[in-house]
Write a protein that binds this ligand. Sequence first.
Ligand code: 5AD
Ligand code: SF4
Length: 440
Amino acid sequence: MSAPKKLFIKTYGCQMNVYDSERMAEALGGEGYVETKSPDDADMILLNTCHIREKAAEKVYSELGRFKGLKAEKPDLKIGVAGCVAQAEGQEIMRRQPLVDLVVGPQSYHRLPEMEAKAREGEKVLDTDFPEEDKFEKLKNRPKAKRGPTAFLTVQEGCDKFCAFCVVPYTRGAEVSRPADRILREAQDLVERGVREITLLGQNVNAYHGAGPNGDMTLAQLIWELDKVDGLERIRFTTSHPNDMQDDLIEAHGTCAKLMPYLHLPVQAGSDKILKRMNRAHTAESYLRLIERIRAARPDILISGDFIVGFPEETEADFQATLDLVEGVKYGTAYSFKYSTRPGTPAAERPQVDPKEADDRLQRLQALLTKQQREVQDSMVGRDVTVLFEKAGRFPGQMVGKSDYLHAVHVADCDRAIGDLARVRILSSGANSLAGALID
Ligand code: 5AD
Ligand code: SF4
């Protein structure tokens, strides 16, 4: 038997891409590929790209350029570009970088095995269609490899919201939900392979409306179905849009024990003028009211958010409104970005903010968010939380896991195994993690 071919995948961007990379590795696993951590011994290199910010395409071209020497040494090496830059650039990638053999958009990963075979025959292959079928369903069941205790599961892709700064509706296409029975099958399979916690993924996950046995289901209904899966202990979901936060989902946060008290709910800005220009279709006030309702259902929920500063025409007063909103919410964690122009999006045509001013605002916002994040983390000291252990720590006998609130927790003298859940008393709060001790 010949030695297995080696596959190197480099993943950029969001959790959706991490999930997709795993599925691509599985798909090519069926063609005899095993994953390698180094591009140097790879027979195939795949860059799973992200297009959301900052000169993404240029970065991909410069990364590709670095493989020139490798390809010269190893003419059989195949190089592919996947993800949102592949979708956005298409044919242009092969024109600008002849090293590339294969360009595959996020909706076509199930066709990778055929594409790989064609590439092996020396063809240049491109597939960036938006098919109707379910790409994950087409990835045939592979032998059941054991998995770690946490996994992502894509339930929905694409977005119809068209926020004025965002490329997702163009690169990932219209919003599509996977049917519930497929998601439940995949969840069952993950649990059989050792998974205890599943994070449901979607660009607009709470807009989920996949087909169920009695018509379309909401995300909350899907969560209640997953709640019945024996052995699945924790459910999370990301990323949500404020306008799709339906009553049954809010209620589930109060009543579904497996649904974790953590919610990533991007607001982007605190000025109604800017929110309007962003095409967000919510106001600062409606967002704050929503947070209140969520906290009424689950008082200890940890709120996370995304922010953009320096959106076109943002004034200092607009920025102040963002700071005010942050003060009103108190975030447990947050991601903040300086606006970057995405050609083809409506905001790209608007008058831009001075980059120095935007830098300054980003620093001020991040200082406030870091302070809040630290306060929320510190407030865990003295509390008892449940920890799902994910790996051994750096010190003998130490284990590391995540609390219900997604804080990393280090536990010394820990006799538990990876995948175990345990009650832990939090003793101290460090720079980026908590430390605690097993109770009983
Ligand atoms: N510039 C800066 N940040 C952006 N995001 C999306 N598009 C842009 C852009 N053009 C941010 C938003 C989104 C997160 C995933 O990335 O905050 O919620
Ligand atoms: Fe982009 Fe999210 Fe807005 Fe959709 S809702 S356009 S993915 S920022």
